[in-house]
Design a protein around this ligand. Structure first.
Ligand code: COA
Length: 356
């Protein structure tokens, strides 16, 4: 069998219409627009309305990606749903997404590695395509973090936003897709980003509820240090596996958590910030949706072209990290049109002579 690559044929995103600005947050907690911008680069974030769920957001993004790929949900072989804030602890939200899309009996599962979920998901999808098990895979990154936040805790509520984004990966014979990836996990930082109660270890009860242990808690400075430590190293490991260098890369698309973390990564890699896609100012940290959302926006703005080589890099709860070199579609070789036309006209001349 020919070696199969995973071409990205569709992409799409969804953000709720409701926007919360830093000025809005000033009215809720003891913070300021200046502090938030200086420490994070975030200006606003989108937050779901009461009718929306993780599944409705995921379906909106997924449908946009399917439309772009010009395929139906029934054409899918697999759905990978990267998310942390599921609609219910069980059953998996991926099954509801599969049902709502009309992807009859298509296998679907949730992949939970926090903010790194989408890059983990891409690497998993690629393995199914490589082995020939599946040919058409939908990967979704989606989060409703706003429903897990303590809106009186200024150290977390200013950082996050809700969004979903998706990509369709299809088997392809020409080299493209993931050229190299690097996944990692350091469970010694398990408690650095955590919702302590609500799972099997600490079911929600009156006492945990009163203590707010069902909300997201984070040790911001430890996470910051972890991110600064791993991002550059992981990028270099992905590049080495892809047998490429930074010179081969058109854009770096980092996890959009904090502009200062992205600036630190740029310094670490000795690159100007202009090589990095940044949308953290308009969305905040949307966790597993952050990287595909940034790619969708950058494509819409004409920055990223599908044939560009991208270096994606992320970090998140676990603690985990993930990076990969992604070329969504193969680069079309430039055709020498004049040479081709001359050859065609010579062929026509010789045919005409033969006919005479
Ligand atoms: N507004 C105003 N002041 C705030 C604040 C807010 N929203 N949040 C925290 N502060 C205060 C703190 O209480 C602290 O005050 P103190 O010195 O009187 O105790 C001060 O600001 C400095 O806090 P610190 O946590 O040291 O700030 P920081 O420069 O590390 O920035 C984060 C905090 C959270 C922005 C930063 O650590 C960060 O982005 N970490 C990474 C988080 C992340 O990416 N998480 C997601 C992973 S996927």
């Amino acid at each position: 069998m020919e070696k199969q690559y995973g071409r990205i044929t569709g992409w799409g995103s969804y953000v709720p219409s409701n926007i919360i600005t830093n000025e809005d947050l000033e009215k809720i907690v003891d913070t300021s627009h200046e502090w938030i911008v200086r420490r994070t680069g975030i200006h606003q974030r989108h937050v779901v309305g009461p009718e929306e769920t993780n599944a409705t957001m995921s379906v909106a993004a997924a449908q946009a990606a399917l439309d772009k790929a010009n395929i139906h949900a029934t054409d899918l072989d697999l759905i990978i749903h990267a998310t942390t804030f599921q609609d219910h602890i069980t059953p998996p939200t991926s099954s509801q997404v599969q049902h709502m899309l009309g992807a009859h009996n298509v296998p679907a599962f949730v992949l939970t590695t926090g903010c790194t979920g989408f890059v983990y998901g891409l690497s998993v999808a690629q393995q199914f395509i490589r082995t020939g098990a599946y040919r058409t895979i939908l990967i979704i990154g989606s989060e409703i973090i706003s429903r897990g936040l303590d809106w009186t805790d200024r150290s977390t509520c200013v950082l996050f936003g809700d969004a979903a984004a998706a990509m369709v990966m299809e088997a392809c014979d020409e080299p493209c897709g993931l050229f190299g990836f690097d996944l990692g996990s350091d469970g010694s930082g398990y408690d650095k980003i955590i919702m302590p109660a609500g799972g099997a270890a600490e079911p929600v009860g009156a006492d945990t509820f009163a203590a707010g242990r069902h909300y997201l808690q984070m040790n911001g400075s430890e996470v910051f240090k972890f991110a600064s430590r791993v991002l550059g190293k992981s990028c270099y490991r992905s590049l080495a596996r892809a047998e490429m260098t930074l010179d081969d890369i058109d854009w770096i698309v980092p996890h959009q958590a904090n502009l200062r973390i992205i600036q630190a990564a740029a310094r670490d890699m000795d690159l100007p910030l202009s090589r990095f896609i940044t949308v953290v100012d308009r969305y905040g940290n949307t966790s597993a949706a952050s990287i595909p959302l940034a790619i969708c926006d950058a494509i819409a703005e004409g920055k990223i072209k599908p044939e560009d080589k991208l270096l994606l890099v992320s970090f998140g709860a676990g603690l985990t990290w993930a990076s990969c070199v992604l070329q969504m579609a193969p680069r079309l070789e430039k055709v020498n049109v004049m040479a081709d036309l001359t050859a065609v006209s010579q062929n026509i001349d010789s045919l005409a002579v033969t006919a005479l």
